[in-house]
Design a protein around this ligand. Sequence first.
Ligand SMILES: Cc1cc2nc3c(=O)[nH]c(=O)nc-3n(C[C@H](O)[C@H](O)[C@H](O)COP(=O)(O)OP(=O)(O)OC[C@H]3O[C@@H](n4cnc5c(N)ncnc54)[C@H](O)[C@@H]3O)c2cc1C
Ligand SMILES: *[C@@H]1O[C@H](CO)[C@@H](O)[C@H](O)[C@H]1NC(C)=O
Ligand SMILES: *[C@@H]1O[C@H](CO)[C@@H](O)[C@H](O)[C@H]1NC(C)=O
Ligand SMILES: *[C@@H]1O[C@H](CO)[C@@H](O)[C@H](O)[C@H]1NC(C)=O
Ligand SMILES: *[C@@H]1O[C@H](CO)[C@@H](O)[C@H](O)[C@H]1NC(C)=O
Length: 509
Amino acid sequence: MIRTIFLALGAILAAIFTLLPSSHVFARPSEYQLTNDVKQLNKRFINQTILDACKSLQPSKNVHYILSPQYSSTLLRYIASTTQTPVCLFLPDQPQQIADAINVIGAKRIPFAVSSGRHASNKGFSTTTGIQIDMKGFQGIVLDSSKQFVDVGSGNIWDNVYQVLEGTGVNIVGGRVTGVGVGGFITGGGGYSWKTNQYGLTVDTLIKADMVLPNGTLVTASANENPDLFWAIKGGGNQFGIIYNFRLKTNPQTAQVYGGLRTYTQDQIPAIIQAVSEFSDKNTDAKAQTIPTFNTLAGIPGISLLGFYDGPDPGTSLDYFNAPATTAKAFTNGWKAQSFSDLVRSAPANATAYQRGLFHSVQLKHYSLPMLQQIANQSAFWGSRPFRSGTFISYDVEPFLADWANGINTDAAWPHGNSPIPLNIYYAWSNPLDDQFYREAALESARVLNDLANSEGQQVDQFGLYPNYAIDGSTAEQVFRQNAPRLAQLKKQFDPQNVMGLTTYFSFT
Ligand SMILES: Cc1cc2nc3c(=O)[nH]c(=O)nc-3n(C[C@H](O)[C@H](O)[C@H](O)COP(=O)(O)OP(=O)(O)OC[C@H]3O[C@@H](n4cnc5c(N)ncnc54)[C@H](O)[C@@H]3O)c2cc1C
Ligand SMILES: *[C@@H]1O[C@H](CO)[C@@H](O)[C@H](O)[C@H]1NC(C)=O
Ligand SMILES: *[C@@H]1O[C@H](CO)[C@@H](O)[C@H](O)[C@H]1NC(C)=O
Ligand SMILES: *[C@@H]1O[C@H](CO)[C@@H](O)[C@H](O)[C@H]1NC(C)=O
Ligand SMILES: *[C@@H]1O[C@H](CO)[C@@H](O)[C@H](O)[C@H]1NC(C)=O
């Protein structure tokens, strides 16, 4: 009886989730969460040194304290368990204000964090109990009159960029789903895009970055100016300074592209595994891409399948997912010709936001059939642990072309010349007492998948874990591989006082 009720509840949740992809299924816990955080801060002793530093930030109208709406809105994090309550929030809107702030922070050794889209999955990477610098004051998007490049303020989310570029005939290589920030996407590894098969990661299209160094100097980093710094910020994270503008190379864009979201119920999983495997093995069209997510939502396994084709007509490139090639029947089918911007915003990313959560990753050479079967098993297994509070236990399969980086200049802090193909593990749950359980589960699950890949001869240690997906505690060696020593050396060179060590990231040493 109880089991039936739970199954029915799961089915209803699944239906709401799939039918209203952009709604907040899990009653947006932000109000509760924020009230709790504020209570926590009120109870906390407020450190006078940090408070004094906050008061010296200029202009003072850009400094916000607890209970201000600005302050509260930046507490809201995609992964709620990364939230921390800063003593103050600073919202610079001029580069010199960032420089002045970093000088205060460095001189007084104040813990701080920098945030753009606030989608980081590791606590402390963009949150702090000290001074929070949020880049929402840098939201310029300027397409050059030549249409060769776009200047993008780091505080944008990709949605804004696509919207501005719509109808111009050009686009950039950016995020695949709604809500993701520009600043972290680029610095945190480089950026896997719908366009990656064609143009590489976003960092491979970066022309220059305008930034503030840890000692407060304003500089530009490009292939010609400060080339070492340019290399380091291409995937090396938040340890080299604060970037306020990225100049990105454009690529041609048709008025409409094809794709969107399809969902499948549990009974269709074997057929979809087969279809994904064939797409992964046989697709040669760089414009075609998919993200099948094997997820267990409130205990019920299912699949959401994002599809993409860089043009209005996919031809036969996505036929692996259609009859007669497969018997799989979609529960909902939103694949159609639409604008790039609409396609990105049709992804159901926000439906699972604002819960406790984590990301982790496995980096592969290839998705084999046994690998896909094991991924589905992992999702079902960890999604159905009795007495645990998991709400969304998911594995994003990202079957890029096997040699996607061929012919692309991939010289960057995060090594990707060998075409690493990522798997993103995303778990969400509700009970803080389960934090440790799910952390260990993600590590164990990644171990199982890595072992399987190695047994298939994939030699996964040739790849660094994608920084934007890797769980905190991953070592520099695991994330940056052969580039770790050069990053450590450049960090010492550009930040001898270790000012950026006052914020959190993977450790290079
Ligand atoms: C729903 C969702 C979808 C995603 N989709 C993709 C995807 O398609 N492809 C992909 O590659 N990744 C994807 N990611 C991962 C994403 O790239 C990372 O979460 C990324 O760090 C988010 O950047 P942000 O600016 O939103 O995050 P923040 O939390 O604001 O920042 C993340 C990190 O970047 C640093 N940082 C931010 N801004 C700056 C700056 N201006 N200067 C210096 N350092 C800065 C922060 O200090 C922090 O360490 C996704 C994540 C989520 C949650
Ligand atoms: C207050 O913060 C400063 C700067 O981080 C730190 O050095 C100091 O120890 C803190 N003081 C107390 C009492 O916690
Ligand atoms: C998703 O949430 C973000 C906030 O993180 C918001 O900016 C964006 O507009 C939302 N997307 C959709 C499609 O509602
Ligand atoms: C499914 O995963 C669990 C946990 O890793 C494992 O114990 C089990 O053997 C797996 N099942 C199959 C069929 O691989
Ligand atoms: C700041 O750091 C840069 C890079 O290391 C260096 O060239 C510059 O001289 C430093 N400026 C000051 C004022 O220390």
